[in-house]
Ligand binder design. Structure first.
Ligand code: GAR
Length: 204
């Protein structure tokens, strides 16, 4: 079995999912290691947390740059850190089609709804307005369409009669913190197995 899969986490804000991903190694021996935390928001709280965990960080504001130019810069960072998998964790910026194609099948995202329901923003309010019995979160592979790629795992959270968007968001967030590390771990474990078996294969 070779090394851990090298993961970069991209975020734009609070960073509670980053925290869950980084802390997972206290309770498990994950197949991933976080080698870079990047952000399009240099003042993001998630970067402060990353530094507290001793993780390398990179940030650059996307303002004054077009999408392609910014994503080229992200891509350069990924390559210079030999990143194998990118985990979006509250990264609130659309990725360019070129970037997604270059990293096809190797970008994961966590989204606070039971996809395919409620792509985009304001997911909890929309679930409440629809009178749904359950809300939840999904980890999916990123494709060019927003919040549309294959779903790898979901967690359901029952909606209580007194819920408002904030109380519901708080419970879904707890579910995210359980779901994302496990799913990223499983994904990286499978990738590592594939990598190891191709290394051992004739001509590999
Ligand atoms: C999380 O709820 C995540 O699911 C959501 O942003 C929040 C980030 O929180 N992501 C999206 O809405 C992406 N479409 P965090 O910064 O505390 O991890």
């Amino acid at each position: 079995m070779t090394d851990k899969v090298r993961v970069a986490v991209l975020l734009s804000g609070r960073g509670s999912n980053l925290e869950a991903l980084a802390e997972y190694k206290r309770i498990a021996d994950p197949a991933y290691e976080i080698v870079l935390v990047g952000s399009n928001v240099p003042e993001a709280r998630g970067l402060v947390l990353a530094r507290r965990f001793g993780l390398p960080t990179w940030a650059e504001s996307h303002k004054d740059m077009d999408r392609a130019e910014f994503d080229e810069s992200v891509d350069k960072q990924m390559r210079s850190h030999q990143v194998e998998v990118i985990a979006l964790a509250g990264y609130m910026r659309l990725l360019s089609a070129d970037f997604v194609r270059a990293w096809e099948g190797r970008i994961l995202n966590i989204h606070p709804s039971l996809l395919p329901l409620y792509k985009g923003l304001d997911t909890h309010r929309r679930a409440l307005l629809a009178g749904d019995e359950y809300a939840g979160c999904s980890v999916h592979v990123v494709t060019e369409e927003l919040d549309d790629g294959p779903v790898l795992a979901q967690a359901r959270v029952r909606i209580e009669p007194r819920d408002d968007p904030e109380t519901l968001a708080a419970r879904v967030l707890e579910a995210e913190h359980q779901l994302y590390p496990r799913t990223l771990d499983d994904f990286c474990r499978a990738l590592r197995l594939a990598r190891d078996s191709s290394v051992g294969a004739p001509g590999g």
